[in-house]
Design a protein around this ligand. Sequence first.
Ligand code: ADP
Ligand code: MG
Length: 620
Amino acid sequence: MTEKKEEKVEFKAEVSKVLDIVIHSLYSNTEVFLRELVSNASDACDKLRYALLIHPELAPETEPTKITIEPNAKNGTLTITDTGIGMTKEDLINHLGTIARSGSAEFISALTGDKQKDMALIGQFGVGFYAAFMVADKVTVYTRKVGANSGYVWESEGADSFTIKEDETLPVGTSVVLHLKPEAKEYLEPVRLRYLVRQYSDHIEWPIILKNEDKTETINSSSALWAKPKTDISPKQYKDFYQTVSHAFDDPWMTLHYKAEGIINYTALMFIPTKQPFNLFQPDRKSGIQLYVNRVFISDDIKGIMPNYLRFVTGVIDTNDLPLNVSREMLQKTPVIAKIKKGIVKRILSELKKRSEDKTDYLKFWESFGIVFKEGLYEPIDEREEVAELCRFHSTLNDDIIGFADYVNAMRPEQEHIYYLSGKDVNTLKNNPQLEGFIARKIPVLLLTDPIDEFWVQTYQDYKGKTFVSVMHAKQDLEKIALDAKQDGDVLSEKQSKAITERIKKVLGDKVNDVQLTERLTKSPIALITPEGQMSLHLEQLMKAHGQQIAMKSERVVEINPRHPLILKLADLIERKEAEDKVNDAIWVLYDQTLIAEGEPISDPALFTKRLSGFILSGL
Ligand code: ADP
Ligand code: MG
């Protein structure tokens, strides 16, 4: 046998960075390394079984599938061995030399410095294997892929490189040897290992064997939790299972476990997390649902098994209605998946409906996932009605979040439309002058603060026949519904109206497209609106924030309150042709103030301050 050459390979930059964090800042809760390595071993066994279904001729090379954990107190090593699929040289370089999942940049930028939170990220971003370096100062991987001519030894001390060496003598499968750090010696104790496997990996289908000084024992119960009757499962078992399948650290907000029997047969054990996972908005994120056929793992990346607006749901679906050797292409097309999807969506929505009756409880869900769930208002789906009933919003009605049904109940009898106002946050929105006329008439308004709200209001046609109208474009209802307290007092005459609108147009020039009188305002002198069919201020800000070039700036219309004393005073001065400069300054100050209130930049802050100081001085 010729001596094989050792090859040194540098880690990709992001791996070094992640390793550095793993090694130096995540030393609390180091025990999850075992969960990650056992989960990789189990995945490898799943993959082998699947490969043998398609290539049965490879079977003679393999051994019965199992996972062995072997502490060696003398050498200070802990070895996790699986008789699974194994890795080729390319696999080693690609999977243990880079961060497999895209999104490592997001991972690094999402790190908070808070150990608990950063820990939670580790599983989510697929840096699972690197968790080994929390407890080991050197890791050696012996592996051989089924069907390959040779095996390889991978070794690293976790700094910035690893070595690879060919070894023809290795059997099929993978052995990960951890050279434990002095402070991680607790992981040599059989009691500790037994406890950790029970805690994190008990449901793993393959036998997990603890090998200690020639004694061997199986330490997991290997039963698929979802296949047990609900009554035999404790809340803690559900929680542990949730944390394992979801790589999560929180409690599930919802646990949904049922068996569907009929035209289509499957068992589902699904969860809604309490907290938003960090990768919820990554486009290439895997679905959180694992598909099993008759307890055999098939895939955890089945496109379309869950609609996008429910992509935060995680768990397991196990069915007998698909053949075991189902191919990926077939999974995309089979009507079985479509039917299962229909079934699970229906169950999730009806469960959410039940939970929505407890407002405080439902608020927790909504705060984490409402932003995603609302995508259901514009995705092409059949269950739009049900989704709409489950959506919640802030409004001018009260401080709670309300549904469309609550809104419709609170509508004025003469009111035809559902009104909304969108912007950055609820508090700013509540003070927006645009709302004054609505509040005075007790017409409720939805306050929308998520970017996606701008999209569904355009595409979600109507709720029970009531169309959505921005408060900026409300006309009929405001004119039709009388104010509770009649607005007495002076109002601009026709002549004054004409004079003041003309003056404002002249002063503000190309800043605005038009000036109009309005019934919308009761307290403020003026407001700025976007004409119908134009991009709203909020949307314009959003697009700018996302680096979008906006070809044309939206048009703005100034609306004036014909009963406001300030407007009446200005009109009076204009009519009497007095204090022309002061009037013009006042128009600028009013305009700039309104921009500020809406969170828009003003064109000349210095000039604004100078004008304002002038007025303050003359008022003192
Ligand atoms: P993840 O498991 O989320 O993909 P990991 O960092 O845990 O991320 O593992 C990276 C990849 O390394 C795995 O996807 C797999 O391809 C490979 N791998 C790790 N451990 C094993 C193993 N025991 N057998 C075969 N492949 C493995
Ligand atoms: Mg893993």
